[in-house]
Design a protein around this ligand. Sequence first.
Ligand code: FL6
Length: 307
Amino acid sequence: MKPVIVVHGGAGRIFKEREEGSRTGVVRAALRGYGILKQGGSALDAVEEAVRSMEDDPHFNAGCGSVLNEKGEVEMDAIIMDGKNLDSGAVSAVKCIANPIKLARLVMEKTKHMLLTDRGAHLFAQAMGIPETPGEKLITERSRERWRNNLEPDSNPQEFQKDLGTVGAVAIDSEGNVACATSTGGLSNKLTGRVGDTACIGSGGYADNHSGATSTTGHGESIMKVVLARLILYHMEQGMSPEMAADTALDYMKTRVGGLGGVIVVDNSGEWAARFSTKQMSWATVKDDQIEICKYITSKKFCFNPL
Ligand SMILES: COC(=O)C[C@H](N)C(=O)O
């Protein structure tokens, strides 16, 4: 099987000043993940590495650069899933950790559970020897400014899309195993303790070798209502291509609950798609040693925009 990786850096508006950084960030992440796949590494390692590289990049709303909650604090959600055995691990509302995706993977591999939240996740991180990163180090000037200007949470399913930047990756490795990973700071000025789609299995991501893997981004409450990631795989199980399944599910989310978002998908034959109903989504993919990246324009080839 020829390995493939697809990454996204969030659906929504991408403001001019973040365009270049966001594009460079998704390219770097895709190449890092693909490097692992090329050396015979697993899809799981590849998606973790790709997401970790975007968590470390302040241009994205994950890890360093996360948006802030109503109190001006970082609270992050992340999920990782292994399509071989349907194992998954997630964390929600975690604060002083540089790489929530790493912690999610440890939840998957070192506990009998699938999701740890807030204080419990923090205690688990300590027990695993993960160093504490002061919250201040995760906060950028951009996220602080956004917090100051945004007294209300970005809760409108259509209006939420002001330059966020959740990150995610899906991959298939040379053995035909698929995996997904997603990480986010969530919605700006959200209520303390709000857990979004990203930490929820089937919403923020899903991976199953029998069909494929998907990672989602967009209005979290809408994504959770339609269980977007699992819905896409369901459509693929019924015979749709990744692109058709993604468009059908995004269209359903828009018409049924008025929510917008974006998804990346890879199926178990290596066919992939990056689709969105928001104005933009940054993404990059590497297949056959060729990289393809988003163009920040609305073209038929690169995106689905029903607006
Ligand atoms: C682009 O914004 C996001 O993806 C936010 C994320 N889905 C959440 O609601 O937590």
